[in-house]
Design a binder for this molecule. Structure first.
Ligand SMILES: [Zn+2]
Ligand SMILES: [Zn+2]
Ligand SMILES: [Zn+2]
Length: 278
């Protein structure tokens, strides 16, 4: 399984859209890995996690064929993760010769209702025929082609069932973990009961190297505690890889800073364009 980190910033991006803080100024000056778009992950060439406002920029930057994507998994309805307006352009006359005829879109009930609402005023019948929108709930396992996917409850915000996803294919297992704070034992107990062994974890590291404790996001020290808990529950391997991502400009770190501090903790800091194979 190939996991591509197309965007690695928290909601406001780095540099943030309206911000002139020192970090955002430095990001504009240094460019490269110091520029981060809103978070989106591409698994292989056909499964996206979230669809942020920068999705189209990702098509341009990486030359991806989004018409080849078969599945989109939404984590939750926050606007940096759920910006579904581009789906309007999936049908004629806006697009032709799609590689895949049908796009299946999964999310909690808040997300599926929001996606329908936001695109309904402009959605032509042709585009409607090309999309299949399915609501999923925490602890639900479903098949999408040869992926086995389990939605798990994130610790993020009240008012909707925010999700993280466990994705399995060909004996490999990936747990993506944003947006989320620290999970309750019940989630790890569920994975342990199913005898899951995760090969790659990508953590919400919104707060950089701060320790957040309880909250709706994490920092790298929280990520390290989560890794220990996963080890205690026996749901990871000795050679499991851990990526940290979804960074806020308020981390006040360049990519070089993050890389140095992350290495000391045994983490791989994501940057836009990072690809990890498991
Ligand atoms: Zn977010
Ligand atoms: Zn800033
Ligand atoms: Zn969020």
């Amino acid at each position: 399984m190939k996991i591509g980190f197309l965007g690695t910033a928290a909601a406001e991006g780095i540099p943030a859209v309206f911000c002139n803080c020192e970090t955002c100024d430095l990001s504009r000056r240094l460019g490269g890995k110091n520029v981060r778009t809103r978070s989106q992950i591409l698994v292989n060439d056909d499964l996206l996690i979230d669809f942020p406002p920068d999705a189209y920029a990702h098509v341009l930057k990486y030359g991806i064929d989004f018409s080849a994507v078969k599945y989109v998994l939404f984590t939750h309805s926050h606007p940096d993760h759920c910006h579904p307006f581009e789906f309007i352009y999936r049908g004629k006359p806006y697009s032709h010769n799609a590689t895949e005829p049908i796009l299946k879109i999964y999310g909690n009930e808040t997300v599926t209702a929001l996606v329908q609402k936001l695109i309904s005023h402009e959605l032509k019948d042709d585009a409607k025929q090309t999309m299949n929108i399915c609501a999923v709930s925490p602890y639900q396992t479903f098949s999408a082609g040869d992926y086995e996917i389990t939605a798990l409850p994130a610790a993020h915000t009240k008012g909707e069932d925010c999700l993280i996803y466990l994705i399995k294919q060909d004996g490999k297992t990936y747990l993506q973990f944003n947006d989320s704070g620290i999970l309750p034992d019940s989630v790890y107990e569920f994975l342990a009961r199913r005898n899951e062994k995760i090969d790659l974890v990508s953590f919400d590291c919104t707060h950089g190297f701060a320790r957040v404790g309880t909250g709706r996001h994490m920092g790298a020290l929280d990520n390290a505690s989560e890794r220990e808990r996963m080890q205690k529950f026996g749901i990871v391997r000795d050679n499991t890889k851990y990526v940290i991502t979804h960074f806020s400009h308020n981390c006040h770190s360049t990519h070089a800073d993050l890389t140095e501090k992350a290495a000391a903790l045994g983490f791989i800091p994501a940057h836009d364009g990072l690809i990890i194979e498991i």
